[in-house]
Design a protein around this ligand. Structure first.
Ligand code: NAI
Ligand code: PYR
Ligand code: MG
Length: 618
């Protein structure tokens, strides 16, 4: 990192004189010639153009450039004296941020530091996030975002979302119009009713909308000024929140399911009226609403549910790689799912589609899956009223026997893969994991068990990476929802082996799925688009990652993966006839193959860059 200080040789008075005499368009022309990168990373049509001056510019995070303002900008925007004289590259400022993050003691403090930065200087926040994604993603997303959500009302210092309460349902359009930025390209909306594995957090769940949108930008380059976090407040059944004097949401129990649905109908209609081009991503609605709203709106609006569809796609993407490593042929795989909620059923259904596309009938495909919930194996004759979303997978081959524990299910099924989506810490016990390994070993030498404890945050993971490695003698193919560290273990012959976990989190899909939907100008998100995102993800690993036995790209390559996902999603939108882009545009891309389309997407991915030293000097 080399620093430079063009400011030291600048005579501000002289520069002011020079610029006063220059016509504005000449100035623009000059800037374009001398700072093309600036024009490139701040496309005028997407970031609101600032005619503001002085403090206004510094206080608006999408206009503020911190210490990267050029000498001319400092003069033309009346900034001289309002910021330190020095001019710094984004890299230097980013290094300062990282240094300060290290000094913060807790993850919440680190989060708050970053959140503050985002509220001041969007470009710098995203430069830091993109360049340090491995270290920072766990702060802006799971697991830290879970703690942030738990305490959101106490941590609150400033608005960062739209907060729409059912009490103001008559004013939804006004509230949407109050959003100060141009029409958003994507919103993440939650009602806080099932935040990660932490249950009903009410309005405090807004943190997850904010966190996911940080990754739409950080991991896929969606313009940050065009993202909109929303929380719908329909009350909460969380006793701690209801008793908390600082709780910011409605201090009453959730209204009835029918009232929530009517409110959601009104919200969707208003959002479509006010922002007709915006993609809506549903996040962390409790399972009943997750399925109901997806069914209700998917053909009417551009929307998808990330917990059902994004998670389904991301786990399918990882499963394809895992099967290749497992030594158990894909058609011999037998999968036990611990957890039959929105995520469990969403993933299982996506995998059923994988098998049917491979030629199995739906019935044959379905028979590969055994779902377990708190009452045991989900069977048709279990005696309880099965929730609607579980009926599809209810087994009929149990001959009247009910399997109540996971050990019993494993003993009966002899699975090759065990997937956890229970939001319950530690349910993959040593005996469970050893039983899984034994059932895989019985199939033949060199076979490896697939074990995915996918619940978030870390406090809800079904087991840790270290446990998984130890209890399978290092043979496990592992992916978890929240990130675990790598781990070294001594083998019986005395060698030390490094084990690298995978993070099986929908962050590998939703940013690219969103970006592809936006860029294709898709009128809806089709099943093919979702399925294609999984297949594209599976293809996005490079040779180094494959050689290391990974099943997801390293998180440092998440933007590469998102680009590939977005490209394939766009093509799927075209195939399904839902892309509103012109035929001419598509014909042009089709002629050039993937190269032209890839370049088109890449050009549109927000990626704040610093002024190159030599250009900044004049
Ligand atoms: N890795 C990822 O990308 C994602 C992870 N998730 C995680 O999945 C988890 C579940 O989410 P949802 O399906 O929406 O929740 P949910 O509450 O609807 O479903 C949980 C399911 O687990 C079952 N369960 C709970 N405790 C159990 C136990 N001890 N034994 C057997 N079954 C048990 C419940 O009966 C229910 O079927 C959450 O922790 C969430 O963070 C969700 C989406 C994406
Ligand atoms: C990752 C995610 O969407 C969840 O845990 O709910
Ligand atoms: Mg979620």
């Amino acid at each position: 990192m080399t620093d430079f200080n063009p400011m030291s040789s600048i005579n501000i008075a002289e520069l002011e004189d020079k610029m006063k005499t220059a016509a504005l368009d000449q100035h623009r022309g000059y800037a374009q010639n001398h700072y093309p990168e600036v024009q490139q990373y701040r496309p005028t049509e997407t970031i609101p153009k600032s005619s503001a001056c002085g403090h206004q510019v510094l206080r608006e995070p999408v206009w503020n450039k911190g210490l990267s303002f050029t000498p001319e900008e400092r003069v033309s925007k009346n900034l001289t004296g309002l910021i330190p004289h020095v001019m710094e590259s984004l890299e230097t400022q980013s290094a300062r941020v990282m240094k300060m993050i290290q000094t913060r003691q807790t993850n919440i403090d680190k989060y708050l530091y970053l959140s503050n930065l985002k509220a001041q200087n969007i470009d710098l926040f995203y430069r830091v996030l993109i360049d340090n994604i491995r270290e920072l993603m766990p702060l802006v997303y799971t697991p830290t975002i879970g703690d942030v959500c738990l305490q959101y009302s106490s941590l609150y210092t400033r608005p960062e979302s739209l907060y729409i309460s059912i009490k103001q349902r008559k004013s939804i359009r006004t509230m949407l119009r109050n959003w100060p930025y141009p029409e958003p390209e994507i919103c993440v909306v939650t009602d806080g009713s099932r935040i990660l594995g932490l249950g009903d957090l009410g309005i405090n769940g807004v943190g997850i909308s904010i966190g996911k949108l940080a990754l739409y930008t950080g991991a896929a380059g969606i313009n940050p000024a065009k993202t909109l976090p929303i929380v719908l407040d329909t009350g909460t059944n969380n006793e701690t929140n209801l008793k908390d004097p600082f709780y910011l949401g409605l201090r009453s129990r959730r209204v009835s399911v029918e009232e929530q649905q009517a409110f959601m109908d009104e919200f969707m209609e208003a959002a479509n009226d006010v922002f007709p081009n915006m993609v809506v991503q549903f996040e962390d609605f409790d399972t009943e609403k997750a399925f109901k709203y997806l069914d209700r709106y998917r053909n009417k609006y551009k929307c998808f549910n990330d917990d059902v569809q994004g998670t389904g796609a991301v786990i399918l993407g990882g499963y394809i790689g895992a099967v290749n490593l497992s030594g158990v042929p894909v058609d011999e795989q037998r999968l036990v799912f611990m957890g039959a909620g929105s995520a469990g059923v969403g993933v299982a259904k996506q995998l059923v589609e994988y098998y049917t596309r491979r030629g199995l009938s739906e019935e044959e495909a379905k028979r590969k899956f055994w779902l377990v919930d708190t009452k045991g194996l989900v069977t048709q004759d279990r005696g309880d009223e099965l929730a609607e979303h579980k009926k599809y997978f209810a087994r009929t081959d149990n001959n009247g026997h009910q399997f109540r524990t996971l050990e019993e299910v494993i003993e009966y099924v002899k699975p090759s893969a065990l997937i956890g989506l229970t939001a319950t810490f530690g349910v993959f016990t040593e005996s469970v994991v050893r039983a899984l390994k034994a059932s895989v070993d019985a199939g033949g030498l060199g076979r490896r068990p697939i074990l995915f404890p996918l619940s978030n945050p870390l406090t809800k993971a079904e087991c840790t990476f270290e446990q998984a490695v130890q209890w399978t003698d290092g043979t496990v193919i592992f992916a978890s929802g929240s990130p675990f560290s790598s781990f070294a273990m001594k083998t019986p012959d005395g060698n030390v082996v490094d084990y690298n976990p995978n993070q099986g989190n929908n962050v590998y899909v939703f940013p690219g799925l969103g970006l592809g939907t936006i860029l294709a100008k898709a009128t809806k998100v089709t099943d093919n688009m979702v399925y294609t995102s999984a297949a594209a993800l599976a293809e996005s690993l490079n040779t180094d990652e494959l050689r290391k036995g990974l099943i997801y790209p390293r998180i440092e390559r998440v933007r590469d993966a998102s680009l590939i996902v977005a490209r394939e999603v766009m093509k799927a939108a075209r195939r399904d006839g839902v892309s509103k882009l012109s035929d001419e545009q598509w014909h042009e891309w089709e002629e050039w193959g993937d190269v032209a389309l890839t370049a088109y997407i890449k050009e549109r991915m927000y990626d704040p860059v610093s002024f190159p030293t030599e250009r900044a000097r004049f």
